[in-house]
Write a protein that binds this ligand. Structure first.
Ligand SMILES: Nc1ncnc2c1ncn2[C@@H]1O[C@H](COP(=O)(O)OP(=O)(O)OP(=O)(O)O)[C@@H](O)[C@H]1O
Length: 223
C-alpha cells in the first residue's frame, strides 16, 4: 500500500510555522501528526521519550547517522537533532500524514532522500514584522533573537528562490494564511475529504498523486 505523502513546513523562526500546523493538528485530529525528532539533549521536565523527542545519546546518534538512518540532522548549541526515516515511516504506517518542521538545511537534505513530500515555505510579511512577532513571543534573549533574525535572512533567500519550494505562503493575516495552507493541501489531493472529516479518505486522496505545480500564495488581502 502506498504511504501518505509527508508535508514539509519550513520558514524562518517566528514566521508562524507552528502556529499554522498546530491549527491543522487541532482541526483535523488523527489526519496529521508531527514527526518526532531525535535529539541528544537531555529531556526537560514533563517531556516524554517518544512524544516530544526520541532522546538518545551522542554515540548512538552518530552510529545511526553512519548507518544512514537519518533523513536530515543538524547540530545546534552542542546537541544533535534529526529526523529519522523510521520516525517518519511509523507515522505513515498508521495512515497518518506526517508534518516535518525543518529548516532550509534540513530541506536540502530531505530533498536528497527523494522524499515525495509537499514542500511549503512560510514567509513573514517583512523582517520588521518578524522581529516584532519574535519580540512579543518573549521566548528569546536579545542575543538569541539577533541570531534568529540573521538566520532568517538566509532562510528567506533560500525559501524564496524559485524552484526551492512548491508553495510559498505569506503569513500576514493568520486566518487567511491558514485557509491558504488548507487550500494547498486540497490541491495536493489530500483533503478533498477534510470536509468530511474522514481521515482514511483524506489519506487515500493524497496517495500517489503528482506534485502540485509551484504556486505562491499570499495571505494579505490583495491576494
Ligand atoms: N499571522 C500572524 N499574525 C500575528 N502574529 C502571528 C501570526 N502568526 C504567528 N504569529 C505569532 O508570531 C509568533 C511566532 O510564531 P510561531 O511561534 O508559530 O513561529 P515559528 O515559525 O513556529 O517559530 P520557531 O521556528 O521559532 O518555532 C507567535 O507568538 C505567534 O503567535
Amino acid at each position: 500500500m502506498a504511504l501518505p505523502r509527508p508535508v514539509v513546513i519550513c520558514g524562518p523562526s517566528g514566521s508562524g510555522k507552528s502556529t499554522l500546523y498546530n491549527k491543522l493538528l487541532k482541526e483535523f485530529p488523527g489526519v496529521f501528526q508531527l514527526s518526532v525528532s531525535h535529539t541528544t539533549r537531555q529531556p526537560r521536565p514533563g517531556e516524554l521519550n517518544g512524544r516530544e523527542y526520541h532522546f538518545i545519546n551522542r554515540d548512538q546518534f552518530q552510529e545511526n547517522i553512519k548507518q544512514g538512518d537519518f533523513l536530515e540532522w543538524a547540530e545546534f548549541s552542542g546537541n544533535i537533532y534529526g529526523t529519522s526515516k523510521k520516525a517518519l515511516e511509523e507515522v505513515q504506517s498508521n495512515n497518518v500524514i506526517p508534518i516535518l518542521d525543518i529548516d532550509t538545511q534540513g530541506v536540502r537534505n530531505v530533498k536528497k532522500a527523494s522524499l515525495e513530500a509537499v514542500y511549503i515555505f512560510i514567509k513573514p510579511p517583512s523582517i520588521d514584522v518578524l522581529e516584532k512577532r519574535l519580540r512579543s513571543r518573549k521566548t528569546e534573549t536579545e542575543e538569541a533573537l539577533q541570531k534568529r533574525l540573521s538566520a532568517a535572512r538566509n532562510e528567506l533567500e533560500y525559501g524564496l528562490k524559485p524552484g526551492n519550494f512548491q508553495h510559498i505562503i505569506t503569513n500576514d493575516d493568520l486566518d487567511v494564511a491558514y485557509e491558504k495552507l488548507k487550500g494547498i493541501l486540497i490541491k495536493s489531493q489530500m483533503p478533498l475529504a477534510m470536509a468530511t472529516g474522514s481521515s482514511s479518505s483524506v489519506v487515500n486522496s493524497f496517495l500517489d498523486k503528482p506534485a502540485a505545480s509551484a504556486t505562491t500564495v499570499n495571505s494579505s488581502s490583495q491576494d
